[in-house]
Write a protein that binds this ligand. Structure first.
Ligand code: LLP
Length: 444
């Protein structure tokens, strides 16, 4: 067996740069987030547990508000939603982007003002539209030609609904093929290049009960460069000028979507929000001045960058296996709580917590407990050589698109979500149990 031994520092084991800002080292290898020891969270709430640092979420909301003072910042609920999250986002003054009746109803029943919510989706169900109109959602983003008549009919001749149009600007960006949405070869939006967007816009303008407030685009996710946003913005401003020239209508809103990239491991690039804000604003003013357009209000929809770095997944090691050249460290969660490595090949940086180890470090692969060889959480990471069953592993940057994409695979059950803040921990979402599975299973 080949064992790679690295020093702690060389392996970056002490690098906490991707952890929540509140993270503190405790004696004996412990780590605290939000003033609470992660090992204590594991003891009290069991594992796997998803720990959400309330202060980090709120701080990230404020960073956005400070960077984009003249824009509407809408949190993209698909990254992670719970009632507490709804409250934090509301209290921090953000709006909300939802894409289903489920997200919408959860938000509104948790007290989120519906007029600050935007509904998206490439295939809105009758239930989605019914909930949107009943609850009085602020804007519906039209994603395809067939939605125009459907929404107009659902609103009724006496009704009124603000809508936007999702335009595909022909810009390719994003961390993985599956999350690139800015070009014509994918399912979202209306094309700028084949005239689909322009055609839909004239039809919407012909529907008196629909008020077109602006254009929307979302070019992809996990984008770490500013430039694709600038190109998309320029094209959308061009379209706004053509709409003014053709229809005499000046649109007042421009939604640039989300997609702001974050670092999952120390040293990885992240999108520079201050640069994004400054350059978007400059490009918007320049483009509008050149086209003699009134500057529209900017909207943005970050999800991952608000909640991703605020979450830490805590697992217990169940088995350690040496197979040929490899060491597999198996934990009590896996692809049912985090499908992202399997789906997008994302790399994470797990870390031993709860005890100090002086053992040399070696390369190991952290796997889940599911019945698939592809159930890998972190391939080839450096971990202490004496890692053993009962140890705790924590994975930072676990707040976005993990629990919101969690499944019931193998009936393992989705983990608990625990909020930590100013030294105290509280349960936000309880662990899924066998009773939950049984209660849904009503036939025999
Ligand atoms: N707005 C729209 C219309 C979107 O479709 C999305 C994400 C967002 C905003 C927020 O994007 P964010 O800022 O969170 O990147 N499951 C994938 C990500 C899918 C993103 C889907 N749409 C992942 O785990 O990376």
């Amino acid at each position: 067996m080949t064992v790679t031994v690295l020093s702690e520092v060389a392996a970056g084991a002490e690098d906490l740069s991707v952890w929540p800002a509140s993270t503190q080292r405790l004696p004996h290898g412990g780590l605290a987030v939000g003033g609470v020891s992660l090992a204590e969270v594991a003891d009290r709430f069991e594992t796997p547990a998803y720990v959400l640092d309330e202060g980090e979420v709120r701080g990230r909301c404020r960073t956005y508000q400070d960077a984009f003072p003249a824009a509407d910042v809408l949190y993209a609920a698909k990254a992670f939603l719970s009632r507490a999250m709804v409250r934090w986002v509301r209290e921090e003054g953000l709006g909300l982007d939802v894409c289903s009746a489920g997200e919408l109803e959860l938000a509104v029943t948790a007290g989120f003002p519906p007029e600050r919510i935007v509904l998206h989706g490439n295939a809105k169900s009758p239930r989605d539209l019914e909930a949107a109109l009943r609850l009085g959602v602020g804007r519906i983003v039209i994603d395809g030609p067939s939605e125009i008549a459907r929404i107009a009919a659902a609103v009724g001749p006496e009704g009124h609904q603000k809508v936007m149009v999702r335009v595909v600007p022909g810009v390719s960006a994003g961390g993985h093929d599956k999350i690139r949405t800015g070009t014509d070869d994918q399912k979202f939006g209306l094309s700028l290049t084949d005239g689909g967007a322009q055609h839909a816009i004239s039809r919407i303008l012909g529907q008196p009960q629909l008020e077109l407030t602006g254009l929307h685009c979302h070019i992809g996710s996990q984008i770490t460069e500013v430039k694709p946003y600038l190109v998309a913005l320029r094209r959308l401003v061009g379209l706004m000028a053509r709409i003014r020239d053709t229809h005499g209508v000046v649109l007042s809103e421009l939604d640039m979507g989300g997609g702001h990239g974050i670092a999952y491991r120390p040293g990885e690039p992240a999108l520079d929000l201050t640069a994004l804000a400054r350059r978007l604003r400059a490009e918007l003013h320049k483009g509008c001045a050149a086209a003699r357009l009134t500057v529209p209000r900017l909207l943005i929809e970050p999800g991952r960058a608000v909640v991703g770095p605020a979450g830490v997944a805590v697992y217990r090691v169940l088995a350690v296996k040496h197979t040929g050249e490899k060491v597999f460290v198996a934990v009590d969660g896996g692809m049912s709580d985090n499908p992202r490595p399997a789906l997008y090949g994302v790399r994470y940086a797990p870390r031993l917590i709860g005890r100090a180890s002086t053992a040399g470090r070696r390369t190991a692969t952290v796997v889940g407990r599911h019945c698939e060889a592809g159930d890998v959480l972190a391939a080839d990471v450096e971990l202490p050589g004496d890692i053993h069953p009962g140890d705790l592993l924590a994975v930072p940057v676990a707040g976005a698109y993990q629990l919101s994409m969690a499944s019931g695979y193998n009936l393992v059950g989705r983990p608990a979500v625990v909020a930590v803040h100013q030294g105290s921990a509280r349960l936000l979402v309880r662990r899924e149990t066998l009773d939950d599975f049984r209660s849904r299973d009503i036939g025999d």
